[in-house]
Write a protein of this length. Structure first.
Length: 248
């Protein structure tokens, strides 16, 4: 798509130069025609630039591929340092998390209609890394009650599980994914969905491989997180029906 914009700008500038040369040659009608073509091409480039800029934050969706690896290091009671590695780029992000389990979510864009016929590639983007406690009462922070005596010892506080956005909320460009989920013009051209991965145990030294699969002709994507070492395998009993499908 960046190539299309570059061609529009290049031919638009060329048409402007031709328009100027026709004007200097006292051919006003030819100059007007070239000027109209130049304006049209530059307007197309201007309209395409914001969405194309935003699409650069997405990765091409494959039928089946590893998209990330998650490694957990225990730093305290129900506290972990979680390293997320994006594959195949190898870009790493480190988060301080609390809780018993983690989950990775992604955004997906599947083109439909004319956009699909033009060959626009379906794509995805890592969206959020979340943590949770298995028992909800463990998520509340413990605070002393008004009736507590000064000598009373407060129970150790627990951190509330965090949810981390994996992209810049203020990034440049036109957010096609968000607009396609409303009544904007993008809704007719792209199917935007949220794919939720399965919850997996947080455990010291555990490493997981996160994969995404999409059947041919389907808009739904399936996220899975499999144990990649012995620590992860011990932390969970893996079953084939743990997979969570895309939610619209």
């Amino acid at each position: 798509m960046l190539g299309v914009i570059a061609l529009c700008v290049a031919f638009g500038l060329l048409a402007l130069l031709l328009s100027l040369s026709r004007w200097l040659a006292h051919r006003p009608w030819a100059a007007a025609g070239n000027l109209a073509v130049a304006v049209l091409l530059l307007l197309v480039a201007h309209r395409l630039w914001p969405p194309v800029l935003h699409l650069q934050t997405y990765e091409s969706m494959q039928p089946k591929a590893l998209i990330a690896q998650v490694h957990c290091e225990r730093t305290g009671p129900s506290a972990y340092r979680v390293t997320l590695t994006r594959l195949p780029a190898g870009h790493m992000q480190v988060f301080e998390m609390s809780g018993d389990e983690w989950r990775l979510d992604v955004r997906t864009l599947v083109w439909t209609g004319l956009a699909a016929q033009l060959g626009l590639p379906d794509s995805f983007r890592l969206d959020r890394l979340s943590g949770r406690y298995l028992r909800t009462e463990l998520a509340a922070e413990t605070t002393p009650t008004p009736a507590a005596t000064p000598a009373a010892k407060a129970a150790p506080a627990r951190h509330v599980p965090a949810s981390f956005a994996l992209s810049d909320e203020e990034e440049a460009g036109e957010d096609i994914w968000a607009q396609a989920r409303t009544d904007s013009g993008w809704k007719a051209h792209v199917d935007s969905r949220h794919a939720y991965g399965p919850w997996r145990p947080l455990a010291g030294g555990a490493r997981y491989d996160v994969s995404m699969t999409r059947a041919p002709g389907q808009t739904e994507a399936v996220l899975d997180a499999r144990p990649a070492n012995e620590a992860a395998a011990k932390a969970m009993r893996y079953t084939a029906n743990d997979r969570i499908r895309t939610k619209g």
